[in-house]
Write a protein of this length. Structure first.
Length: 324
């Protein structure tokens, strides 16, 4: 008997103890904390992430449902009174862990402030309460920008568009990317993109917005996308063309182009009243000696610059000279 007692004590005090049954899981979807809403055109855009865990940090197995409501944001705010007066919005289909997105017509709330919230309801009908509350001041829809155009200038790619308003956003996607990034906010219907590369495809969207309180804004619908691949401009016309009659030639000189990217120049000549014809191509040095001339004849000259892309710019103002 003395041998059995120590062994029995070891069993009772060691790992052989069996705990009672665990309480059943309540399976309540976690509360939404990232609900966001904005007016875009004539709609309210509402988004939130569908929780993928329950309040007990267990993966949700059955798709939940959504109770999204929009109602007056009166003060002092009462969640109970708001829920009673708010309008339920038909749910969208979204899987757990994904972004649920609503597009709700907002004409009935124009000129009013509204509050928006959602409850995520489990398959068992239980929920963890309302999400964070989002407030929106609904106004007449800002005007959607139209007729977006692009023009390459010396300073970059200049965008213009038509829309009433004093605040605009410019969004840009590069090459094959589907992601648009905001690259500018301007107060006039134009903007120059100085950071473009020749031969690269860019896509632009323009949006009107109206600033509101608490760093919020009402947005217009986005413009139609504009796709453009910038190409270098031809160089400007040379200036300061000068000519001097030498014993057996006519010596030409002109002012070098101020901008970079000049590959060379082309010299054109005509007899008085005739059409200009190309007589020579030069390097980047702004001079040329014309030896194919005859004494007693009058010649007219013009010069054009050629860029590194091979594009020829406009001709200079013509110059006339007679070889004595």
């Amino acid at each position: 008997m003395r041998r059995i007692l120590p062994v029995l004590a070891a069993v009772l005090s060691g790992c052989g103890y069996v705990a009672g049954p665990l309480p059943p899981l309540v399976n309540i979807p976690a509360r939404v904390t990232d609900l966001a809403a904005v007016q875009r055109g004539s709609k309210l855009i509402v988004q939130f992430t569908v929780p993928h865990l329950t309040t007990e940090s267990v993966t949700i197995k059955q798709p939940p449902s959504f109770d999204l409501r929009i109602g007056p944001g009166s003060a002092p705010f009462s969640a109970t009174q708001w829920a009673s007066d708010a309008k339920p919005i038909p749910p969208v289909v979204a899987a757990v862990g994904t972004l649920a997105r609503y597009e709700v017509p907002c004409a009935e709330w124009t000129g009013k402030g509204v509050t928006i919230a959602v409850r995520v309801v489990g398959a068992n009908g239980k929920d963890a309460g309302w999400s964070n509350f989002a407030n929106v001041d609904v106004i007449a829809p800002p005007e959607q920008p139209t007729d977006v155009r692009a023009e390459m200038t010396r300073g970059g790619l200049r965008l213009t568009w038509h829309a009433r308003g004093g605040h605009f956003r410019v969004l840009r996607a590069v090459a094959a990317s589907e992601r648009y990034d905001q690259v500018a906010e301007v107060t006039q219907p134009e903007w120059t993109d100085a950071n473009v590369e020749f031969g690269t495809l860019y896509r632009y969207l323009i949006q009107t917005f109206i600033p509101q309180s608490d760093n919020r804004a009402a947005e217009s619908d986005l413009s139609e996308p504009l796709a453009v691949t910038p190409e270098p401009l031809p160089p400007p016309a040379p200036s300061g063309l000068r000519a001097v009659a030498a014993p057996n030639s006519i010596e030409l000189a002109w002012d070098a182009a101020a901008e970079t990217g000049i590959k060379g120049y082309r010299v054109y000549r005509s007899l008085t009243g005739g059409a200009f014809k190309l007589v020579a191509g030069t390097g980047a040095v702004p001079t040329y000696s014309d030896h194919a001339v005859e004494h007693g004849r009058t010649y007219r000259y013009a010069v054009a610059a050629v860029g590194t892309s091979g594009k020829e710019g406009p001709q200079s103002a013509p110059l006339e000279i007679t070889l004595p």
